[in-house]
Design a protein around this ligand. Structure first.
Ligand SMILES: C[S@@+](CC[C@H](N)C(=O)[O-])C[C@H]1O[C@@H](n2cnc3c(N)ncnc32)[C@H](O)[C@@H]1O
Length: 267
């Protein structure tokens, strides 16, 4: 069922506060660093055409546009897209950022047939009913050999998060067998997934070179949030997160998972 865009638009102030907080900054920094492992400068690829599905107010898109890429942000929520456009103007990136209001499940033909070099699908899966169908839709807009990146909240992190932050073993036990999480920010019930569930979906859809990253393997389990605003502490935390994003076992219990994969090349 399509989400009500008003839920996202009305939370804009809280959402942007979250993005500016240390844990929000880490989310985008780590995702960008992981993408750069596959799109890094020096690969001779030049500016890429990137599609950011459910891209919100451009948290990922603006960073990629600042690197010289052309990014199309698709989202259902008009205020999210307006914020993405305003930020692009502020940062002198409006030539490289295009915003399109659409439901990911009913994309305009020029997007479906766009043959993008990179497609992002970050933090959408928790809102959709048909995960394989959504991933197939995202892959349809990607050129053969192009890079796909999908990110979602990691269900394995939920019981740990409850235990460490609420100090409540009974609630953590209950969370072990639940795939639901309530978000106050967007007044929604989210469905939680794991990388282990999504990797076979990617393989079944013909993806190859699937890589698993953890986003915030430590941050959410350090409960002194105030300290994370201290610049020196934040720098140490960021270095720790960058060092563990692709390191087992830490990535398996990170707050979010990010999977990258290449679309199959049909010869
Ligand atoms: C949590 S925000 C994530 C935004 C961005 N990907 C990020 O991680 O910064 C979720 C976004 O998904 C969008 N969304 C949810 N369902 C959608 C759908 N069916 N089609 C397009 N956008 C959708 C919402 O409007 C919202 O902006």
């Amino acid at each position: 069922m399509a989400q009500d865009p008003e839920k996202f638009d009305s939370a804009m102030a809280t959402w942007q506060e979250w993005q500016d907080a240390p844990w929000g900054r880490l989310r985008y920094t780590l995702a960008e660093a992981n993408l750069m492992r596959h799109l890094g400068e020096g690969r001779g690829e030049g500016p890429l055409r990137i599609l950011d599905l459910a891209g919100g107010d451009g948290g990922d898109a603006l960073r990629l546009a600042a690197r010289g890429h052309h990014v199309t942000v698709v989202d259902l929520a008009p205020a999210m897209l307006a914020a993405a456009e305003a930020r692009a103007v502020e940062r002198g990136l409006s030539e490289r950022v295009t915003c399109v209001r659409a439901d990911v499940h009913a994309l305009p033909a020029d997007i479906v047939e766009g043959g993008f070099d990179v497609v992002l699908c970050h933090n959408l899966l928790q809102y959709v009913d048909d995960v394989p169908g959504t991933i197939a839709t995202a892959l349809a807009s990607l050129r053969e050999g192009g890079l796909f990146s999908v990110m979602a909240i990691n269900r394995h992190s939920a019981p740990l998060n409850v235990a460490v932050r609420q100090l409540d073993p009974a609630a953590a036990l209950a969370a072990l067998d639940s795939d639901l999480l309530r978000t106050e920010m967007f007044d929604s019930e989210l469905t939680l997934h794991t990388a282990e569930e999504i990797i076979p979906v990617l393989s079944d859809l013909g993806c190859r070179e699937v890589r698993h990253y953890g986003i915030r393997s430590f941050c959410d389990y350090l409960t002194d949030d105030a300290r994370k605003y201290d610049p020196a502490y934040y720098t140490d935390l960021e270095r720790l997160e960058l060092a563990t994003t692709a390191r087992a076992p830490y990535m398996h219990t990170a707050r979010l998972f990010q999977l990258t994969a290449r679309k199959r090349t049909v010869s």
